[in-house]
Every structure is written in C-alpha cells, then in structure tokens.
Design a protein around this ligand. Structure first.
Ligand SMILES: [Ca+2]
Ligand SMILES: [Ca+2]
Length: 392
C-alpha cells in the first residue's frame, strides 16, 4: 500500500540524510520515543503497520521440505557478544561518508545466539526456484490502486501521475552532470515493468545474471522467500554481528582502511557519485555473488553489491532505548519504526550498502551503517539473504 507513498518520498528523501536534509517533526519524534521507551525490546509487534494484503501473499507460502532441512550454502555463526554501532575512523575526517551517523549511537554491547546465515545474497537463480515452486508475485510486479495510494497520502495531496501506478520499480540512471541541485530524484527513475525479472525495466532480462543477487525485492518478497526456504530474515543485530566477521570495533568488514584506497574489497562506486562511475572494481551495477573475498566468517558481499533487508523495524533512537532499558540480549528490533526524515512512513532496516555507495557519499558498507526503506519498496540496489536458528 505504501509503495507509491514510498516512491514519492524516496524521490524526495531517500538518501537525503547523507546530503543535507534536516529531520522533520521533532514533536512527533519525542512522543514516539515516550511511546516506545518501555517497549523497545518487544518482539513480534508492529504488524499493524504492515500491509494486510501483502501479508496474505506471505501467509499462503508453505515451507519447502527439502529447503527447510538443508543448510547448503549457509555458514554456522557462533553467537557471542560484540560492540554494536558506529565506529569512528579517527584518521579520516574529510570524508563525511566514512563517519558514523547519529542513529548509530550509542555504541553498545549486544549478545546474539548462534545462527546459520546464507553465505551469499539470494541470487536470481535461487529466487526463480522459489517463484517457480510457489507462483509468488513480487510487489514490483503488481499494479497499484489509486484509491489505496490516496488513502495513504495527506489530505489534499495531488494525485500521482497514472504512469507511476503501473507495475514497476525504481532504477538508477546517471543524472545530467550539468543539472542544478543534484538530488535523489535526478538518479532514481520509475521504470514500468522493472522487477527482479527485468532489472532495468521493459526489455531487460536476468539472462546471464543467474548468479547475481535478486533485486527490486520488497521486504514482503524477502519474507515470503524466507518462509518457503524454512529460514527467516536476520535481525539487525545478527546482521551487524555477521558483517563484522569476528573483528571488533573496526569500521569496515575488512578493517579500517578506506574502501576508496582499494577497489578489490567490494562492489561499490568508484568516482564521483552520481555522475562519474569509474567502475574500477569491474562492475557498473550488481556483480555475481562471490566476486570479492569473503569476510572473517566466510560470508560474501556483506559490504556492497546490494542492500539487504533485515527483519527489524528501523527506529532512529532504538540503540539509546536498548541502553536505557539495559536490554542487550538477542535484540529483535523496536516495537515500531521511526525515521525523522520520513516520519509518516513505516520503515524496515536495510544493511550493507550497494554498488552505489562510496566513502565520499554514502559508505553504507561500514559495518555499523544503518539505512531503512518502506517494506513495500523494491529498488534496483535492494535484495536480501536469510538466516536460520541453530538448534542447540
Ligand atoms: Ca562497482
Ligand atoms: Ca550486500
């Protein structure tokens, strides 16, 4: 239901925090903090903020027996304690993208249980197997009803262009480098027909990209796949613990060296974002999984390639809430979401950065970096991987 809303907001606000925007609606934020202060560690809540129709599409999915009993392609990660949150790169201060953002503080102790994690992002081949088995239709492949959209927008909002209600998704396009005021709507374009099957819109295909990550995946799509595979989406804490690969307090999964100093660490953006992509790492957009060295746990692409959905709602003040309430064991996410940059939109956590990130703009591949997106939003740089509990 929120996809159109999300599209509009994304055009205006997504990534906004990385450039210069100020958060809105401080009073709402304050009320929200009070509302959740005693509930920040309540698992399984917040479902009233999800779209009922989309959830029905997940509910009808049955777990595949073979997938559910297999740990092929997964890594067993031993649980433990770690410091979760932003790490400062003390040697570099002139690259804002390398510095932790406000929502990454306070850095705090967290323990997670042992879990299995997919060693790679879910690929097109894997997602195709799921779709073939279940007939699942992704969010991006469905048209949007105008009345549903208008019900979600503030009263008096103009109706969106009908072309934006057709099935499709947002695709990155290079903006005109001479354009005034380069903003996010200069490089995210709604492409009719774009979906995991047609990553760049009508006429495109995944042929030859079977080992690339599936993209244009909404949180609902990722959740449906996970259910079929007998898995689940990782919590934000599990994801960060896994991304750190056993290292402590380092900025990146590989250590503290800047990504820009070495183009072989991950698939990210070299050059001047968003106009000049030097492609020194060999990949303009997505790369085949396992194209870069794994981290200390043997996990691939935990930095870069595509953003990955987590199960948790995003709340800008969640870490503070955990600390205030002395909650640090296997956190399951806040009871509800709050993003001061788009306060009316429920948002889920995405992690790890993508082929569009670099140190000078958005180093989303920093281990502590947090990002968020509406659960019905798929984008050209968003996919997922799954985890499963370890049966002790
Ligand atoms: Ca690249
Ligand atoms: Ca990734």
């Amino acid at each position: 239901m929120y996809r159109q809303n999300a599209i509009i907001l994304l055009l205006l606000l997504f990534w906004c925090l990385i450039i210069a925007c100020k958060p809105e609606n401080v009073s709402e934020r304050t009320n929200n903090i009070e509302e959740i202060s005693s509930m920040c560690y309540t698992p399984g809540t917040g479902s009233n903020r999800l779209d009922a129709n989309a959830l029905k599409g997940v509910d009808v999915i049955n777990a595949d027996k073979e997938m559910s009993t297999s740990t092929a392609g997964m890594i067993k990660i031993k649980g433990g304690e770690f410091s979760m949150g932003g790490n400062t790169q003390s040697s570099v201060s002139n690259l804002p993208g390398t510095q932790p953002r406000e929502d990454e503080f306070p850095n705090h102790k967290v323990t997670v249980n042992s879990f299995w994690m997919d060693e790679t992002e879910v690929t097109n081949a894997q997602f195709a197997k799921f779709v073939d088995a279940t007939g699942y239709v992704t969010t991006a492949e469905k048209d949007i009803l105008l009345e549903d959209i208008m019900a979600q927008l503030p009263q008096g909002s103009p109706e969106p262009d009908p072309s934006m209600l057709a099935a499709g998704s947002l695709v990155f396009v290079y903006p005109d480098k001479n354009a005034q005021n380069l903003q996010v709507n200069n490089w995210w374009k709604f492409k009719k027909g774009a979906s995991w099957r047609k990553p760049q819109g009508e006429g495109s295909t995944t042929k030859g990209k079977e080992d690339h990550p599936a993209i244009h995946i909404s949180w609902y799509d990722a959740t449906a796949y996970a259910k079929w595979a007998g898995k689940r989406l990782p919590t934000e804490a599990e994801w960060e613990y896994a991304a750190r690969g056993g290292t402590a307090n380092l900025v990146y999964p590989w250590g503290d060296n800047l990504a820009n100093d070495d183009d072989t660490k991950a698939n990210f953006w070299q050059g001047e974002f968003p106009v000049t992509n030097d492609i020194l790492d060999g990949f303009e957009k997505t790369s085949p999984v396992k194209s870069f060295a794994p981290n200390g746990y043997g996990l691939y692409d935990m930095a870069g390639n595509i953003w990955e959905w987590c199960n948790d709602w995003f709340h800008a003040d969640y870490y503070q809430c955990l600390v205030d309430n002395n909650q640090h064991e296997n956190p399951q996410g806040p009871v509800g979401s709050f993003d001061p940059y788009q306060p009316s939109v429920p948002v889920k956590v995405v992690r790890g950065g993508s082929f569009l990130c670099n140190d000078s703009y958005c180093s989303g591949y920093r281990a502590g970096s947090r990002m968020k997106s509406s659960p019905d939003t798929g984008l050209e740089h968003t996919g997922f991987r799954c985890v499963r509990d370890v049966k002790e």
